[in-house]
Ligand binder design. Structure first.
Ligand SMILES: CC(C)(COP(=O)(O)OP(=O)(O)OC[C@H]1O[C@@H](n2cnc3c(N)ncnc32)[C@H](O)[C@@H]1OP(=O)(O)O)[C@@H](O)C(=O)NCCC(=O)NCCSC(=O)CCS(=O)O
Ligand SMILES: Cc1cc2nc3c(=O)[nH]c(=O)nc-3n(C[C@H](O)[C@H](O)[C@H](O)COP(=O)(O)OP(=O)(O)OC[C@H]3O[C@@H](n4cnc5c(N)ncnc54)[C@H](O)[C@@H]3O)c2cc1C
Length: 392
């Protein structure tokens, strides 16, 4: 896909940001396991937070493809920063911009433009891949909803302010109405408790944690009503989530691009048997495969980012998003692993970036819909069949 001169300039600006601040901060953030508020300030100053927010709410009205160009550059050097850019432009914020009221959009835009990375709260201990089996409930009481339940593995738990919470909705008689989105701002919402933080293998500066809802009261202005109503609310909300699937796939692809760059530089300088190791065909063919997989991943992600789902959806096509995420996440794991191999023992050392990249990249066939579950979505489209995964 050919990029415009504006897009090329955007990519170049993101690359300069990444080569400057992030080259140094990537390893530091990994070691400290602290959320990088300093990087957020810099992202804000460069206007990479809230790029997709429409201009009338203070954003730039940029596209998901524009965001993808920025995410790749960030991920080459610092995965946590790239994930901040994903969530400050896709996922929850894009859902509010598409489905929210004017007041909700304004509120969410103000938070993100001030530096917040919103949290999207879907997964529960008993409802991971089977997200529609969620148990968190929102009970109508007068004109309010009262939320009870819990979520886990929520990216940004304890640092995000805006939360988009998926919950099963019940009316006052106890009848189930479907699934809705509920907005809560940490610090303002009584009944929103941050639970245990996970000790993760990678992406260490980004907290992943538990959220507990204890009679969390949601006022009518914070109910995000899906366009088809609660009955088909889950489908509408997960449709909006396709943007973040493309974002997550791009983080994986960006890590792979960074790892390949390191590998290319290394094989030209490291000598064995009196020659640069890049002169050995065994490594040349590995490099060729790595570049081929990277190029294919990038093309698929760009096509998915620029696509629109059925019915004039504001979000990427579900099948293209799934295919791109499956391919890019699996290819990235292999590319990073092969790059690490080219560094020999040094690849295994904390003094070099490859081991961090290998830990970070592993997440992307899991979070955002596992590679297996996304294959079922693609197979369903290929066959033209519904493929319910429950026994009955
Ligand atoms: C969708 C699933 C939870 C499977 O659930 P079900 O089998 O119960 O439901 P389906 O019949 O497949 O779907 C219900 C309804 O929704 C429509 N749908 C499903 N997926 C999409 C989609 N991607 N885009 C648009 N519409 C979609 C589907 O067509 C049905 O509509 P109709 O009733 O036919 O009209 C499961 O497949 C799934 O997606 N599980 C993964 C859950 C997930 O992705 N969680 C992510 C949590 S957030 C996160 O991990 C952040 C990480 S990050 O990188 O930042
Ligand atoms: C770093 C990270 C960040 C995350 N951030 C968020 C977040 O911000 N918000 C959020 O809501 N969630 C988040 N998640 C959770 C993520 O979405 C879930 O981990 C994911 O959906 C899988 O759920 P699970 O972990 O419960 O695995 P399970 O669903 O228990 O799956 C276990 C295994 O079984 C396989 N499996 C399950 N069902 C099927 C099937 N029908 N067919 C074939 N295979 C199947 C899976 O592919 C997997 O290999 C995050 C996860 C990670 C790792």
């Amino acid at each position: 896909m050919e990029l415009s001169s504006r897009q090329l300039a955007l990519k170049e600006r993101a690359a300069a940001f990444s080569n400057g601040l992030l080259r140094k901060r990537g390893a530091e953030i990994d070691q400290s396991r602290e959320y990088p508020f300093d990087v957020v300030e810099a992202l804000k100053a460069e206007r990479f937070m809230g790029m997709t927010i429409p201009k009338e709410y203070g954003g730039q009205g940029q596209s998901f493809l524009d965001t993808v160009l920025v995410i790749e550059e960030m991920a080459r050097a610092c995965t946590v920063s790239a994930r901040i850019v994903v969530e400050a432009n896709m996922g929850a914020i894009s859902t509010v911009m598409a489905y929210g009221t004017d007041a909700q959009r304004r509120r969410a835009a103000d938070l993100v433009l001030a530096g917040d990375k919103p949290a999207i709260c879907i997964t529960e201990p008993e409802a991971g891949s089977d997200a529609s089996g969620m148990k968190t409930r929102a009970d109508k009481r007068g004109n309010r909803y009262v939320l009870n339940g819990s979520k886990h593995w929520i990216t940004g738990a304890g640092v995000s302010r805006l939360h988009l919470i998926f919950a099963r909705v019940f009316d006052e008689s106890g009848e189930e109405l479907g699934v809705g989105g509920f907005l809560a701002v940490r610090g303002e919402a009584e009944g929103l408790r941050i639970g245990k933080r996970e000790t993760t293998m990678g992406l260490c500066g980004m907290p992943e944690g538990e959220l507990v809802f204890e009679d969390l009261e949601i006022t009518p202005d914070m109910v995000l009503l899906p366009p088809s109503g609660f009955k088909r609310g889950f489908a509408d909300l997960i449709n909006a989530y396709n943007s973040q699937r493309v974002g997550a796939g791009t983080v994986a692809m960006g890590i792979a691009a960074g790892a390949l760059e390191h590998a290319i530089e290394w094989v030209k300088t490291r000598e064995q048997f009196g020659r640069p190791i890049g002169e050995f065909q065994g490594l040349q063919w590995m490099l060729a495969d790595m570049q081929t997989q990277l190029t294919a991943s990038r093309l698929m992600l760009h096509a998915a980012a620029a696509s629109r789902g059925p019915g004039g959806s504001a979000f990427p096509d579900p099948t293209l998003a799934a295919q791109a995420k499956i391919f890019a996440s699996e290819a990235a794991i292999k590319i990073v692993n092969d790059a690490l191999q080219m560094f020999g023992a040094r690849g295994y050392s904390r003094d070099f970036p490859l081991e961090r990249m290998a830990r970070d990249v592993r997440m992307f066939t899991i979070g955002g819909g596992t590679a297996q579950v996304l294959r079922t979505l693609v197979a369903s489209k290929v066959l033209g069949w519904k493929l319910p995964q429950t026994r009955h």
